[in-house]
Design a protein around this ligand. Structure first.
Ligand code: M3L
Ligand code: AKG
Length: 375
């Protein structure tokens, strides 16, 4: 959008746009973001904010082509691109190409409707990669299929996105029934719906579980959208929802090599009050130690969330086949599996994680790339 007039007030520039709306820009912000304060190559800010006045005095403002020329009482002259002013109007949330809002789902979505993407296309083509990543960001759960029958085939897909997240379980891990397990995942018992590693300061973002074999009786997978469960709880039981947001509980994992724990709430909200993270793992929740006065109410709230994880209304079930990989936002979608009988056949999943930051960085770059390609 273009500018019709600029009005210089002492400590504010008022911009009137061609749609006749107007936006005030405080002069401290204009000076803080003056392009002359940035390093030419890295675009990092070199300006020392404390070196300027807290309310720089603007003496004149004029439009020169695509820039606003601003002159200050201390002699500074700024050339502010109009596009910069337009893109960063105060009070208006920043346009983010990769800001995909979560589309919540429940059992009625149907496991057959989980979006599927073929591995070969994701590997070969950036458009296919972008489409798959957009679906994964929106639903928090997709399936990549037709993977090659190689242990690393799933990891290669994850690496199309970015760096793997290394944890105490390694950069990749084998979900198989093993002797001396340090984790229930490495047994054949049922795993009720959970998120992985809530005991980490930042739990891993996207999880990739590539199925190499699933021959045993049992071993079906379950998934539920934690955001949908939390949003329903917010409506049905506001007090429980609030306690799950407010009270940090202990999560801890320890074995011979690690002892990793944090206090965090089950539900974390974003700056607009929306649910942005679920931490829920009944096996890793530590010993609750909130004050006794709130403990009964907290247990009631925790059990209300737990009951949702058991409610078929939220659950999608499927049995992974060799060559399929589930990809899900581990900070949103809970996953679990049915028990299996290892004497009836081999079951092997190969897994890894990629954090949300890496994921959205890649998605933004892909969106710029394809914007340019279309234009
Ligand atoms: C998938 N992998 C086996 C690596 C980790 C499994 C983590 C699940 C476990 N209950 C926890 O949160 O520690
Ligand atoms: O075995 C599975 O299907 C899932 C394993 C799991 O839940 C985990 O590794 O956290």
């Amino acid at each position: 959008m273009n500018i019709t007039t600029l009005t210089a007030r002492t400590d504010t520039l008022v911009v009137t746009w061609t749609d006749s709306t107007s936006t005030p820009f405080p002069t401290i912000w204009l000076r803080d973001n003056c392009p002359s304060g940035l390093h030419a190559e890295t675009h990092e800010r070199l300006l020392d904010l404390l070196s300027i006045d807290e309310a720089p005095i603007l003496t004149s403002a004029a439009i020169d082509g695509e820039t606003a020329v601003l002159i200050y009482a201390d002699g500074h002259i700024s050339r502010m691109p109009i596009s910069l002013l337009n893109a960063h109007r105060p009070g208006q949330s920043r346009f983010d190409a990769a800001d995909i809002s979560a589309q919540h789902w429940r059992a009625d979505h149907g496991a057959a409707n989980i979006s599927r993407h073929a591995a070969a296309f994701i590997l070969a083509d950036d458009f296919a990669l972008k489409n798959w990543m957009q679906d994964t960001a929106k639903f928090g759960l997709t399936i990549v299929d037709q993977l090659q029958d190689r242990t690393n085939a799933g990891v290669e897909i994850a690496e199309r996105i970015g760096f793997l997240r290394i944890t105490n379980f390694g950069s990749t891990f084998e979900v198989v029934n093993k002797p001396d397990p340090n984790n229930l995942a490495y047994t054949s018992v049922a795993l009720p719906l959970h998120t992985d590693l809530p005991n980490q300061e930042v739990p891993p973002g996207y999880q990739f579980l590539h199925c190499l074999a699933n021959e045993a009786v049992g071993g079906g997978s379950l998934f539920a959208d934690g955001f949908a469960m939390a949003e329903d709880l917010r409506i049905e039981d506001q007090e429980a929802f609030q306690l799950l947001c407010d009270v940090a509980i202990p999560f801890r994992f320890h074995d011979e090599n690690a002892d990793i724990g944090v206090y965090r709430p089950v539900i974390t909200l974003g700056s607009k009050g929306e649910v942005i993270e679920i931490r829920y793992n009944a096996h890793l929740a530590g010993i609750f130690d909130m004050p006794a006065e709130i403990m009964p109410a907290y247990y009631r709230a925790y059990r209300a969330f737990m009951a949702k994880t058991r409610d078929p209304k939220y659950r999608l079930t499927l049995k992974l086949k060799a060559g399929e990989m589930v990809v899900f936002d581990n900070r949103r979608v809970l996953h679990g599996r049915d028990a299996f009988d290892p004497s009836t056949g081999f079951r092997h999943l190969h897994g890894c994680y990629v954090d949300r930051g890496e994921f959205f960085s890649r998605l933004r770059l892909l969106m710029h790339e394809t914007d340019v390609a279309i234009a």
